[in-house]
Design a protein around this ligand. Structure first.
Ligand code: UGA
Length: 429
């Protein structure tokens, strides 16, 4: 079976590579010639562990093009274009509409069009209208996480599909089932549902995870006031088997990839249906406030942070990615800079450091932490991203570089006892 994938960025490239690895022939299309050239030369346009190796491994099964006409011999077409937010926070559907029009104008009838992009309710119906009864439209949302995308592809929690009803639906159903046969055999739930459920699930899923994060973050502020221990409190909540422990860490809050965008889109979907939205709008607000709250903790410790020098450890929105979008570390650095603080910042991933230098040239990026040789006159240290490897840093050596040994841990990852034992003052969420 030949599969064509429109879009070559994150989720879409991963899909392409793994489907090729399973044995399907893939053609990836992107209108960006530079991206396609990079991919043809085996250069990954995103960062994921093992990605370069898989690009080499699947070389013979995967082709890249910028031309819609190349794709007429494919059975299934995955539409995985970008669905960014517009200025008002709604989902911008222009890319998905344009891709649908290009399919209609350039391709032979009878293809199966699978919508993978995260799209608000009604979008699949709109695509169906653009494509008339000439093509079968299938909604099949994607749930990959950055950095874990390769694992998530092979171990999905479920596969959700909706088939638009027209005369060829049975053939489409058969082909999509065949496509996912590898997963169905592994007993991964394969669920057919109606169009709006299939569209809403991604928003519900991401918003629920973000809600858990904001719930515990809000509670952490009360805990501080009444001298309760938020970490212990969280563990004891987890002990109830009905509450799943993941995404219940009181930290600095969430960044990209999709929580902020999907929450805003969901709010608009409530609005468009004349419904009130209470929980969901607080989730984003609490996430923003958590950053200010953390900053106020720093300022409580020392009122005037102007001219103080901070070493901010880790820059991306989560560990092992080069993605800086809505990263809490970057947002915090910007707030510190408004208060005239000086910043050194470090991320172990070269690509994340490069992106920081490119997008935020006013941030002083440190290239290496070994021996801390290029770091001078730090006043305080901030941990902004939840890298576990921080624990292995030689804090004793680093202490020599710090005028006032204080660590503000925005991810509660350090062992308080150990760090206090080596004479650091330790402040956490
Ligand atoms: C998220 C979802 O987890 C995926 O299922 C979804 O497919 C993807 O968005 C998407 O819509 O594309 P991702 O954003 O890559 O995946 O990363 P997560 O591991 O979910 O982390 C998101 C943010 O939450 C990070 O900034 C992380 O630091 C933060 N986080 C996570 C917390 O602040 N607290 C926690 O307890 C856990």
């Amino acid at each position: 079976m030949k599969i064509w994938i429109i879009g070559t960025w994150y989720v879409w490239l991963i899909q392409a590579l793994w489907l090729a690895k399973i044995g399907f022939d893939i053609i990836c299309l992107d209108i960006d010639k530079n991206k396609i050239n990079d991919l043809k030369n085996g250069k990954a346009v995103i960062y994921e562990p093992w990605l370069d190796n898989i690009l080499i491994e699947t070389k013979s099964k995967i082709n890249f093009t910028t031309n819609y006409y190349d794709l007429n011999n494919c059975d299934i077409i995955f539409v995985a274009v970008w669905t960014p937010q517009d200025k008002r926070g709604r989902t911008n559907k222009d890319f998905i509409h344009k891709a649908s029009i290009s399919i209609k104008d350039n391709l032979n009838k009878g293809k199966i069009i699978v919508i993978k992009s995260t799209v608000p309710v009604w979008t699949n119906k709109e695509v169906s209208e653009i494509l008339w009864e000439w093509f079968d439209v299938v909604s099949n949302p994607e749930f990959l996480r950055e950095w874990k995308a390769l694992d998530d592809f092979f171990e999905p929690d479920r596969i959700i599909v909706w088939f638009d009803k027209n005369k060829k639906t049975d053939i489409a159903k058969e082909k999509i089932k065949k496509l996912y046969d590898f997963f169905i055999k592994k007993e991964i739930p394969y669920i057919e549902t109606n169009w709006s459920t299939s569209e809403l699930i991604k928003y519900a899923w991401n918003s629920f995870l973000a809600t858990k994060i904001s719930f515990i973050n809000e509670l952490s502020q009360l805990s501080d006031k009444v001298w309760a221990d938020i970490e212990k409190l969280t563990i004891w909540i987890w002990l109830d088997k009905r509450i799943w422990k993941k995404f219940l860490n009181a930290w600095l809050g969430y960044g990209w990839s999709c929580f902020p965008k999907d929450i805003k889109s969901l709010i608009h979907q409530f609005q468009e249906n004349w419904l009130g939205w209470k929980i969901i709008s607080s989730v984003d607000q609490i996430n923003d406030e958590q950053l200010d709250y953390f900053l106020s903790k720093i300022q409580d410790f020392y009122d005037d942070i102007s001219k103080k020098t901070f070493l901010v450890l880790w820059l991306a929105f989560k560990p092992d990615t080069d993605d800086l979008r809505e990263s809490r570390a970057i947002a915090l650095i910007e707030k510190l800079k408004i208060n005239w603080a000086n910043i050194y910042a470090y991320d172990p991933l070269e690509k994340a450091r490069e992106n920081t230098k490119y997008f935020y040239p006013n941030i002083n990026v440190v290239e290496r932490l070994e021996n801390f040789e290029n770091i001078w006159d730090i006043d305080w240290i901030i941990i902004a991203t939840e890298y576990k490897s921080f624990k292995e840093l030689n804090w004793q050596d680093l202490k020599i570089k710090v005028s006032m040994p204080v660590i503000f841990d925005g991810r509660n990852i350090l062992d308080k006892e150990k760090i206090i034992n080596i004479w650091f003052i330790y402040k956490k969420i």
